[in-house]
Design a binder for this molecule. Sequence first.
Ligand code: NDP
Length: 253
Amino acid sequence: MFRLDGKVALVTGGNGGIGLGLARGLAGAGARVVVAARNAKKSAAAVAQLQALGAGGALALEADVTDEKSVGALFEAVAARCGRLDILVNNAGTNIRKPPQALSLAEWREVIDTNLTSAFLCSHAAYPLLKKAGRGKVINIGSMLSIFGAGFAPAYAASKGGIVQFTKACASAWAADNIQVNAILPGWIDTELTVKARAQIPSLHDSVLKRTPAGRWGAIDDFRGIAVFLAAPASDFVTGAAIPVDGGYSVQA
Ligand code: NDP
């Protein structure tokens, strides 16, 4: 129910942070993991880690998920090198922290393209491969800002709200193809993205600790279990869901 032997999983932004945590979970359950990101050096280090977990055949492919041609080439390479695709994780993401009145159109587009349009491009390109496999899993990464607003993150909140609705649309469209599509909504997790956030917002570290019932920031390995669940037959009747992995942050008044 929880094994992924023989399955191929593509994780965008799988070379660090939450993406690497998800990739470690999938590799640990037996999947062959393809890490897709721009920084080749960081991706090579991630693949070495995945191989050390015993996941033979982990590989890195360079791609910019905001670029349609690059995404097309990525999925062609997956088909050529791995022969199949069973699991897609749309995890790549970024943020530009400014109030709406200070955000330029170029900055808006950069965040929307990286966080939301990328999920469309990759899901669109993955669909024929998942359909051919006869079953498939798509896991999209949302955020607490899929639920809440934040004055410093208008484009990010719009992209992450959009991810949840896009997840529901794909879940409805592809259920008949035996493809389940779900979202994970991470709480506050210690990664490069939030190191930057903590530098920009000095009170953030303590306010997250105070608001999180678990009493700690999340770690990337907190995502291994949910990755396996949503990628494995265990979740075959779960689709269109948005599951918080947040130490209780979203249920605390
Ligand atoms: P990181 O900054 O650590 O990782 C971001 C990843 O995205 C990197 O692997 C980066 O790789 C990749 N990436 C960014 N832009 C592109 C691009 N154009 N093409 C391909 N890959 C790209 O951030 P996190 O691990 O924190 O974030 C991962 C996801 O989790 C994001 O979607 C984020 O919004 C979400 N999230 C994070 C939270 C947190 O607290 N950390 C909370 C809620 C959601 P490279 O630079 O090599 O391309």
